[in-house]
Design a protein around this ligand. Structure first.
Ligand SMILES: [Zn+2]
Length: 498
């Protein structure tokens, strides 16, 4: 079924292209599914990767034309999936370049095959050399020896190709990942070779001309936790979203001007849309707008975290606990804990008051703190503000002390976890390990509990759960407010009545 053409260069090039086109024949059928989320899953995990084996078996310049044909199709499909019914989206070359980056680098994980085809080829050749050496050493096979010798014997072209990949992969790293020709056997995996190439690509893309807001957004999209929802397989209710919502989530992730918001001139809160693009790309309703549903996005994260403690770790956590400041007169009104984790489940033996906060890296105040240059700066600031309030409460409590320690959990609107929040996450993983490890299992499928094939461990399952709950709620509330703020079209019934 797979396999690669073998022969003269022109023949190989032509055959590679034919094979790619053949593999793509079914790609245009995915639209029949009529569900954006499922279509995206198929695009990402099937269509986007079909020519991978050709990249591994053929030299980059030979497979290039075929890859180009492949890209055109994947891009067309993404443009269709990211647009809601009746809309048309045209991605700029930059948008498309971002979409191809891995999720951890801020992309949609659609693979940049032209960028990494050299690395794929070298990883495969390294494996061939390794196998040939092994067979020759263990059996004395001369055929295997010949195969291994092919790489060394006056093979200038291969040496040049290797040097090219090595330059891309190694950069000026002190411990180069990609070996030189004599050490070909130690060639790492394709995944390992691709990582620094993608990381460099992201750096280059961040340097391109864009607004400070967009740069802050893109920078945040590549931080831990951001975009984990893209890995969700919609097989469980918690990972499913409505088709139109998913399309908007993709638009938001790519930082596009939302198709539906193009006509919005002002928000119900009174803010004028011409003053910034925040309304057009939906960010105005994420944290800035006083009218929008900021609370709901916050609560979505809170509820998942609460369920994580209760259901999976069997910790009797509580939500929105009142009365923690029993020494203060207005106790009932203070709710310092979104989720209260009891002392028995906390590292220091004191109850933890988890306090979720979602902050926007593209807001004016975040940009003033350099959120477009320093990753997770907005989250760090939000954490600091929460801790300052806590300090004042501690001082007010005096000798009596407070019966809890405050743990702010700061997220950015991209879903990125602040650095301090990541420390909390590590402590959760430790707790999980201590509680569940006696079973000796880490596969959720084997344990017989809710899972999908991309969410089969505690880490992936809950990272995806938190991320999806937040991103979905955020997109839904943005859509709602875009709808509310649409200018009245045509006949205005209310005015006619008066
Ligand atoms: Zn507003």
């Amino acid at each position: 079924m797979l396999g690669a053409p073998f022969g003269e260069e022109d023949f190989e090039r032509e055959q590679a292209e034919i094979r790619v086109l053949k593999l793509l024949k079914n790609a245009t059928c995915i639209k029949r599914i009529q569900d954006r989320q499922l279509e995206f899953v198929l695009l990402r995990y099937c269509v986007a990767t079909v020519p991978m084996h050709l990249c591994r078996l053929m030299e980059p310049h030979i497979v290039a034309q075929g890859l180009h044909r492949h890209e055109v199709v994947v891009k067309e499909q993404l443009q269709r999936i990211a647009a809601d019914a009746g809309q048309q989206i045209v991605l700029s070359p930059q948008d498309w370049a971002w979409a191809k980056l891995p999720v951890r680098e801020g992309g949609l994980g659609l693979q940049d095959l032209p960028l990494i085809s050299g690395a794929a080829y070298m990883a495969a050749m390294g494996a061939v050399a390794r196998q040939a050496s092994k067979v020759h050493h263990s059996t004395g096979s001369t055929a295997a020896q010949k195969v291994r010798a092919w790489f060394d014997d006056n093979n200038d072209r291969f040496e040049r190709a290797l040097a090219e990949v090595a330059e891309k992969v190694n950069g000026d790293a002190t411990n180069p990942l990609c070996p030189s020709l004599p050490a070909l056997e130690s060639m790492p995996s394709q995944n390992t070779l691709s990582k620094p190439i993608y990381a460099l690509r992201r750096k280059e893309l961040l340097l391109e001309t864009m607004t400070r807001e967009d740069r802050a957004w893109k920078l945040s999209c590549g931080q831990f936790g951001a975009g984990s929802w893209l890995n969700c397989i919609p097989m469980l209710k918690r990972f499913i979203c409505a088709s139109s919502v998913f399309a908007v989530m993709l638009q938001i992730r790519l930082g596009l001007v939302l198709k539906s918001a193009e006509l919005v001139t002002h928000c119900k809160c009174g803010t004028d849309a011409t003053r910034s693009r925040a309304m057009q790309n939906g960010r105005h309703w994420m944290t800035v707008c006083k009218k929008a549903h900021r609370g709901l996005c916050h609560d979505a994260i809170r509820d998942v975290i609460h369920r994580l403690y209760r259901q999976e770790l069997h910790v009797p956590s509580e939500v929105e606990v009142a009365g923690l400041f029993s020494q203060l007169k207005s106790d009932g009104q203070h709710r310092p804990a979104d989720v209260l984790v009891p002392a028995s489940a906390s590292e220091g033996g004191v109850a933890q008051a988890l306090d979720v906060v979602v902050t926007d890296p593209t807001s004016k105040s975040s940009l003033e703190k350099e959120s477009s240059k320093v990753p997770l700066k907005a989250a760090a600031e939000a954490h600091k503000r929460k801790m300052q309030v806590y300090q004042r409460q501690l001082e007010a409590a005096g000798q009596a002390r407070l019966p809890f320690i405050k743990v702010p959990l700061a997220f950015e609107t991209t879903g990125a976890m602040g650095e301090e929040t990541q420390k909390w996450w590590q402590s959760v993983l430790k707790l999980e390990w201590e509680r569940n490890n006696d079973m000796g299992l880490s596969s959720r499928r084997e344990m017989g509990i809710d899972h999908t094939w991309t969410a089969n461990s505690f880490v992936s399952f809950w990272l995806q759960s938190i991320s999806m709950a937040h991103a979905r709620m955020q997109a839904e509330s943005v859509m709602l407010w875009v709808g509310k703020c649409q200018p009245t079209v045509g006949y205005d019934h209310d005015e006619w009545r008066h």
